[in-house]
Design a protein around this ligand. Structure first.
Ligand SMILES: [Zn+2]
Length: 56
């Protein structure tokens, strides 16, 4: 009956720290439709001709 085993023994997969949008509170991959940050991103993609020279 070790406490450590209790804490670590549970078979919960180590959760990756997911970056969450500060606007809509969703993971960055799942913005809400109304999220202004998502809209800004969409705008960026639209307005950017996106040459392959762009590195990110
Ligand atoms: Zn968002």
């Amino acid at each position: 009956m070790s406490l450590l085993k209790r804490l670590f023994g549970k078979s919960e997969p180590p959760k990756q720290r997911i970056r969450v949008c500060i606007e809509c509170g969703m993971p960055l991959a799942e913005h809400k439709d109304w999220c202004s940050i998502l809209r800004a991103q969409i705008e960026m993609k639209r307005t950017t001709p996106a040459p392959s020279a762009q590195t990110s």
